[in-house]
Design a protein around this ligand. Structure first.
Ligand code: NAP
Ligand code: ZN
Ligand code: ZN
Length: 352
């Protein structure tokens, strides 16, 4: 077993603190990664606090992992010691269902294994995530990371990046489409960057007027403060696509009515309580669509990382030591994230 140190939540109400545990020994197809940086996703906070009511404690969060390969199993083909690598939200799935075979492992019909808070196939124990010194993962669920980009700022691409890239691609957002991004947090700021890179006319909806300047810098053509009804009404019936990243329940009708005929609003935010029921009339008249999307498959995640390397796209990050993680969660709840916290794992050394 491989001795590992991480940060864990012991219950829904206790702050995260240092935690010693063991990773499994390397199997033939496993790689061992020394974790250099891990992004902080709002899902970490939802799960730490058991807001989705499925948390097993102790819980080591973190699914925006980048690091360096320090050992490989006998039959590993795609990686060698010294390579940079990434791990996102999944570390395994059944590999045999039609979704897995078609590269949509995130929609596996049988047994998707998330990077944390899932039963590990090899040991049956709870998986522990990236707020830790190292991780052992099957090479088929590990991503190649370009040496061209700032590796700390690449970490958030593994969840915030793919979660916004995938729906924009799936619903074929293209040049000159009018695209809305709701919420300027970790996901929202990546959504802005991708929509802009795909050539869309991009409008950012925010509850935080002080984020306007940043939104314009990040790729928005227009910024709308969503609490201002008059400003919202100027955009009625005009959007091809809206990507809603908000992590709290809110009135969806305010956005569906902005879609043009056959327009689509995709929800990726997953609040702990339901949204007020949306107006069906808003959908029926103009054949609008309300849809959802979950991260992206391994193949598409690699495609997204390669796209980012080619177009020089990374997250805007604030690096923190692991000891500041509880404070970072409080700031996240105040919408005070600019625009993704990334933990520098070197700070874990103080704990050992
Ligand atoms: P985040 O960094 O906290 O950003 C969320 C943003 O939503 C905030 O910055 C804020 O932006 C806006 N917001 C927050 N509360 C709001 C409210 N009451 N009304 C309106 N807007 C509000 O969170 P994140 O990491 O981007 O994650 C967002 C959500 O996506 C979470 O629920 C997370 O669990 C989920 N998620 C889903 C997937 C998936 O695969 N579907 C993947 C990752 C994360 P403004 O200040 O601009 O208003
Ligand atoms: Zn995430
Ligand atoms: Zn499957």
């Amino acid at each position: 077993m491989i001795k590992t140190i991480g940060y864990a939540a012991q219950s829904a109400t206790t702050p995260l603190g240092a935690f010693n545990f063991e990773r499994r020994e390397l199997g033939a197809h496993d790689v061992q990664i020394e974790i250099l940086y891990c992004g902080v996703c709002h899902s970490d906070l939802h799960i730490v606090r058991n807001e989705w009511e499925n948390t097993t404690y102790p819980l080591v969060p973190g699914h925006e992992i980048v690091g360096c390969i320090i050992d490989v199993g006998n039959e590993v083909k795609t990686f060698k010691v010294g390579d940079k690598a990434g791990v996102g939200c999944m570390v395994d799935s059944c590999r045999t269902c039609s979704n897995c075979r078609e590269g949509f492992e995130q929609f596996c019909d049988n047994e998707i294994i998330f990077t944390y808070n899932s039963p590990e196939k090899q040991t049956g124990k709870n998986t522990y995530g990236g707020y830790s010194s190292q991780i052992v993962v099957d090479e088929n669920y590990v991503l190649q990371v370009s040496g061209k980009l700032d590796i700390a700022a690449v970490a958030p691409l593994l969840c915030a990046g793919i979660t916004t890239y995938s729906p924009l691609r799936h619903w074929q957002v293209k040049e000159k489409d009018k695209v809305g991004i709701v919420g300027l947090g970790g996901l929202g700021h990546m959504g802005l960057k991708f929509a802009h890179a795909f050539g869309a006319h991009t409008v950012l909806f925010t509850t935080s007027p002080d984020k306007t300047e940043d939104a314009l810098r990040l790729g928005a053509n227009e910024v709308v403060v969503s609490k201002n009804e008059e400003e919202m009404n100027k955009h009625l019936n005009s959007f091809n696509f809206i990507l809603n990243t908000v992590a709290a329940p809110h009135n969806l009708d305010a956005y569906t009515q902005l879609l043009k005929r056959d327009g689509v609003m995709c929800l990726v935010g997953l609040p702990d309580r339901p949204h007020p029921s949306p107006s069906i009339a808003n959908l029926i008249f103009k054949r609008r669509q309300l849809v959802g999307s979950l991260i992206g498959g391994i193949r598409e995640t690699q495609e997204m990382l390669d796209f980012c390397a080619e177009h020089n796209i990374v997250a805007d990050i604030e690096i923190i030591p692991i000891q500041k993680i509880n404070e970072a969660y409080e700031r996240m709840l105040k919408n005070d994230v600019k625009y993704r916290f990334v933990i520098d794992m070197a700070s874990l050394k103080q704990e050992s």
